[in-house]
Design a protein around this ligand. Sequence first.
Ligand code: FAD
Ligand code: NAD
Length: 476
Amino acid sequence: MSKSFDVVVIGAGPGGYVAAIRAAQLGFSTACIDENKSAAGKPALGGTCLNVGCIPSKALLESSEQFHKIQHEAEVHGISVSGASVDVPKMIARKRKIVDQFTGGITMLFKKNKVTSLHGHGKILKRENEKWLIEVAGDAAEVVEAKHVIIASGSKPRYIPGIDVDNVDILDNVGALELQAVPKRLGVIGAGVIGLEMGSVWKRLGAEVTVLEAMPSFLAAADDEVSKLALRIFTKDLGLDIQTGVKIGEVKKSKKGISINYTDAAGAAQALEVDKLIVAVGRVPNTDGIAAPEVGLRFDQRGFIEVDGHCHTGIPNIWAVGDVVRGPMLAHKASEEGVAVAERIAGQKPHLDFNTVPWVIYTAPEIAWVGKTEQQLKAEGVEYKKGSFPFAANGRAHSLNAAQGFVKMLADAKTDRILGVHIVGPVAGELISEAVVAMEFAASSEDIARIIHAHPSLAEVMHEAALGCDKRAIHN
Ligand code: FAD
Ligand code: NAD
């Protein structure tokens, strides 16, 4: 007889493993199926995020930033350092250790919460007697049954036809996080989040980095003032060569490296020679073999599983969360959807507001935002007021030698309700939490303005931006 569960989750990334733990906490017998294996061939839970995404990229961003600071900023503090060098294999080994620690942590959490972990490819076969039958095709193939199925199969890199990613010379996120030496010349196709984070890592470690972006604008999803300043800092200070408005042509590998033919923004033919090339042009939903056709899953034009506002697919008791469905491809969005689905299965009424999902880009300085950009508010005809305050006028930022950037707050002109907050600056990814909390509680800019912020702290910049919405910033 097949094993029977209340809930079976397919995929153990931040959407799936969190959904499984929450379902188990709520008293459901739960299994989580995942097919991922580590480079050593062992089952590795945690999905893209823990294995080849958020966690390893942040480990390398931190290591490379430390090196950059030692080389370029120690002097400012009166500290002389000579002969600083990088041991890339050691840096990569540290990253792997962190990844192993975290993926192993999910195994422990599953044990603690009594989630059954099944290794293999999960495929929904059919429904019999109000139960879904799910095949687990792994070392030992089996079929399990479940009352509810949560699909959390995530995403995979999007490729450009004609550019063969081999993860030796032409790399996606997996290869970009595993280089064993600093390439002399690195090309990056796509100036999105991965392109900027990975480009920063290898630039700080000494590579010449050229980023080729198809869109005429830079970081179009961010607030215009943020993307303008970020572009200036990344090109002038960090030294990334970012070219927008390009059209990629033929990409050829030879003994000398990789040559990329492209047309620049002015329409002129260009050629770039590099030693390694990262392709980071977005990700696509991963739905390979997820369900038999007769299950009836529906997909939108871009291949995402169709769901309603509660992540229900419209097929009885089949749900889908995370990167495989619409919305931002972010780990925290995936996890919160997973929690919400488990709670909905338990009869609760959870609520998620996509307008308060924070975005963070872990460059230096960091970029973070929540809510609407100024250009969105203009396009929607919303009357707003704005307060903006520079880190250059903040004592803590100067003590950190990180006084670039600003916090900008946008609030409704009539009600004063905060509509968006945009940050370029030190630890923007941490500072944004205050704005997220405020927006979740429908706070006004005056609410933030009246809160006592510690001195000296970076959070004072948020405080001053809020004061600025009423033109009463003190230090500007
Ligand atoms: P995934 O994490 O993709 O997990 C899906 C899992 O399901 C995988 O383990 C996969 O092997 C498994 N699977 C798929 N199909 C099946 C099947 N049929 N049977 C069994 N198993 C299956 N987001 C952030 O919020 N912050 C960041 O800093 C950040 N950095 C990133 C850096 C990089 C380089 C990349 C690539 C992504 C980053 N992301 C970041 C995005 C983040 O990784 C994803 O949004 C998140 O992992 C999505 O979670 P998920 O659970 O939906 O899917
Ligand atoms: P992205 O969507 O952020 O950026 C892709 C970029 O490639 C875009 O600017 C796009 O215009 C460009 N592009 C597309 N086709 C192109 C072409 N043919 N030639 C040149 N440029 C082209 O995607 P990504 O950087 O691959 O990252 C994927 C997703 O992973 C992100 O959307 C994000 O959700 C997630 N992620 C998040 C973080 C974070 O939260 N810090 C970090 C990394 C990745």
